[in-house]
Design a binder for this molecule. Structure first.
Ligand code: TXA
Ligand code: MG
Length: 332
């Protein structure tokens, strides 16, 4: 199958809607990452998503809607907390896990009695949903386990020949996936664009991801190794001086890459460095992380190193993704 990349405009969005109505797959931009979308009400179309990504069947998908009201037919109950969260954060990077209705095919929810729903703030994503006329099941548009795509070319690298159409909406604004929040359990399953503190400000105390022991997976998708570049990744916690000394002490023949902060490029002599933003700018680091991991991947390295940013509430999602991608964690 030939994979087309088209800029987002009226005719490409009309084509995307047509392909989805006919049971096909289209990659679309959202404010978080690119999604691989199909008609969420069509189990065969949804099956195509799992095949294209090589995704384990026990990992459920997020269903995307174009307006808050569209959640009603998908769920059996919309608790008061969910209504308030929808008012506060939809459209936007919050996914809510709610009791599923009979409309949801089993493969969307991986047989669970809940469904994850989100209304994206990306205008292009919502136009495609409107055009298709159905809710869209859409996981991140990467091959399972690889970094999520934040540009159309990343999608092409993973999905070339497997899907008919990629809608190019430029670079994703946030760059990390949505926050997944289980409304009944009042628990953050995956940290993301909306922080635990923002959720607490709307509905009161919740089980925040900041207290979470990362060794126990909370949502099915969190038990798999994720976001991983091809070369092993070692994350380092410590000062820049300690990190430089650690990387310099590596075996002489090792082709090393360093995912570093702006201004640190020259410090790791002999290593291939990829700066991804200022340490003090978590939003910028988040936006650039997955693209930087893909750049490192393309450089034919034996090993990648990355010093973690300071642990503040703002970097919760970023630290989560780096730790998930890592093979080894070293406290310097
Ligand atoms: O920002 C995002 O959320 C992006 C864009 C495309 O919207 N999508 C995304 O989807 O990241 P995906 O499939 O890569 O991640 C979905 C996560 C997985 O960790 C999955 O296990 C969890 O949501 N999930 C989905 N349905 C669930 C459910 N019913 N209960 C618990 N976790 C669920
Ligand atoms: Mg994903």
């Amino acid at each position: 199958m030939k994979t087309l990349i088209l800029n987002a405009d009226e005719s490409s969005i009309a084509l995307a809607g047509k392909i989805i109505r006919e049971g096909g797959l289209v990659a679309i931009p959202t404010e978080t990452v690119y999604g691989l979308a199909a008609n969420a009400l069509d189990k065969d179309a949804v099956g195509g998503i799992f095949r294209a990504k090589g995704r384990p069947q026990d990992n459920p998908l997020i269903v995307h809607i174009a307006s808050s009201e569209a959640v009603r037919p998908l769920v059996t109950d919309m608790p008061d907390e969910a209504l308030r969260l929808a008012d506060a954060f939809w459209p936007g990077p919050l996914t809510m896990v709610l009791p599923r209705s009979e409309l949801m095919p089993d493969n969307v929810t991986a047989g669970l009695d809940t469904v994850a729903v989100r209304c994206p703030s990306s205008g292009i994503a919502r136009e495609v949903i409107e055009e298709a006329g159905v809710p869209l099941a859409a996981p991140s548009a990467n091959i399972s386990g690889r970094p999520s795509p934040t540009e159309a070319v990343h999608v092409l690298n993973d999905m070339d020949g497997k899907i008919g159409l990629i809608i190019d909406g430029g670079r994703c604004e946030i760059g990390l996936e949505s926050t997944v929040f289980d409304v009944r359990r009042r628990c953050v399953l995956r940290p993301g664009g909306i922080s635990g503190a923002q959720i607490k400000a709307v509905i009161g105390d919740i089980d925040d991801f900041s207290r979470h022991d990362d060794s126990v997976p909370r949502s099915p998708g969190m038990k798999y190794r994720h976001y991983a570049p091809k070369a092993p990744l070692t994350v380092l916690r410590g000062s820049i001086g300690q990190a430089v000394a650690y990387v310099m002490a590596r075996p002489a023949a090792e082709r090393a890459g360093v995912l570093c902060f702006d201004g640190e490029e020259g410090l790791f002599a002999g290593a291939f460095t990829v700066p991804y933003g200022k340490e003090s700018e978590p939003a910028e680091l988040s936006r650039n992380l997955f693209g930087a991991l893909r750049t490192l991947d393309g450089a034919g390295l034996d090993h990648i190193y990355s010093r973690l940013p300071e642990n503040t509430a703002d970097v919760c999602a970023l630290l989560n993704r780096l730790n998930k991608a890592a093979d080894l964690y070293i406290e310097l």
